[in-house]
Write a protein that binds this ligand. Structure first.
Ligand SMILES: *Cc1c(COP(=O)(O)O)cnc(C)c1O
Length: 370
């Protein structure tokens, strides 16, 4: 039975699968599409989402942490590659190797430790190396990468499966940093392949796929676009929406005289308005920054949030509805095909990624197309 008393979060696995196939279709020939399922598949449930992607042919998965990788391994079995994007902690190498996870390594020291520990344990494990091509986040510095290339012994002991790097500005196609990072990564790839010809190269996240075939290399790493976030902000979204979220109304009220609404009395409801208080607040991922700015959706219309968002409830101004619509209204959607994660992110002064990864755990979660 569907218990949606605390809100109903619908996650469309069919749409995620179609988004995956669409991205596959956009890739240059010879380039494969992986999937980033870190942070519980951006809040949507990794153990539901990953098998849906597997059924569409995905065999290369990316997670953020070793614990996520271990859960994913248990969910998918042995015939997938699982790359841990934030590396391996000192002391956890053996567990990582035994679980068959591929750590992303950023320093020579990390790589040496990894090689030594795998050799001592007699495990023939793969690793990935990340090189910084200009984002200045995770990745080997150019100096360290030079040292790696000069260290033939380490290179040949290391069993490097993939060289990757990450784009800082892929969602801004005109940004000059994209081409700069592309050239830097291409060069790094050529130099590494001169010594290890089988190493796979991976650069593109979701938006990177839309920058053109040169960015695709061997394996693309989309996350957000799979989950319906627009990979080309400012242009029409080519991806299918994946989530809808509906909050039950727990009180409707008529306001006879102008009145302040909610904590801090920050906004006033005009005399004669109708308000709906819905179950779902910032503890459920209705970001507080949406207070007085965001909206919900009911009867085919946007209905403004009035006053501050509370921990467990949010108040909407539903005065735009006629009497019959108002009487029939039992819930308010705060995400759907029209009211997208990108739009809602805009109201909260953030991005769709944060809307998805903030989705709370009090909702009833329904998976469609599983
Ligand atoms: C999160 C992440 C991705 C996926 O990025 P999207 O913009 O969600 O497609 C790819 N690569 C790395 C290294 C990441 O951390």
């Amino acid at each position: 039975m569907t218990d949606s008393r605390e809100g109903l979060l619908s996650i469309d696995l069919q749409a995620i699968g179609e988004n995956y196939l669409q991205l596959c279709g956009r890739l240059a020939s010879g380039s494969h599409c992986g999937a980033v399922v870190k942070a519980d598949a951006y809040g949507l449930g990794m153990t539901e989402v990953a098998p849906a992607l597997y059924r569409r042919g995905c065999r290369n998965f990316f997670v953020a942490t070793q614990a996520e990788g271990e859960r994913l391994r248990a969910a998918l079995g042995d015939d997938v590659n699982i790359v841990v994007l934030t590396g391996v902690r000192r002391g956890a190498e053996l567990d990582c190797a035994r679980a068959g996870l591929i750590p992303t390594l950023f320093t020579l020291q990390q790589l040496r430790n990894w090689v030594d520990i795998c050799a001592q344990a007699n495990i023939d494990a793969l690793c990935a190396v990340k090189v910084d091509s200009g984002m200045t986040r995770l990745g080997m510095t150019p100096e360290e990468f030079d040292q790696l290339l000069a260290n033939r012994e380490l290179l040949h002991a290391a069993n490097i499966w993939m060289l990757l790097s990450h784009l800082a500005c892929a969602d801004e196609p005109q940004h000059p940093q994209n081409r700069m990072q592309l050239e830097s990564f291409k060069r790094a790839g050529e130099r590494l392949r001169a010594q290890c010809p089988d190493v796979l190269l991976s650069l593109a996240n979701s938006s990177g796929i839309f920058l053109g075939e040169e960015f695709h290399f061997d394996i693309a790493r989309p996350g957000s676009a799979l989950y319906g976030i627009n990979p080309r902000p400012g242009s029409e979204n080519p991806m299918r929406a994946v989530v809808s979220l509906s909050l039950p109304i727990v009180q409707k009220r008529h306001v006879s005289r102008e009145q302040a609404v909610g904590y801090g009395a920050t906004q006033h409801a005009a005399a004669g308005s109708w308000l709906a208080v819905a179950r779902g607040g910032y503890a459920d991922g209705i970001l507080r920054a949406q207070g007085g700015r965001g909206c919900g959706w009911g009867c085919g219309r946007r209905l403004p949030i009035i006053g501050r968002v509370s921990m467990d409830s949010t108040t909407f101004d539903i005065s735009a509805l006629d009497d019959a619509e108002r009487d029939a209204l039992e819930s308010i959607e705060v995400l759907n095909d029209e009211l997208t994660v990108d739009e809602v992110g805009g109201y909260a002064g953030t991005i769709g990624y944060e809307i998805l990864t903030s989705l709370g755990h009090r909702y009833y979660r329904r998976y469609l197309g599983s």
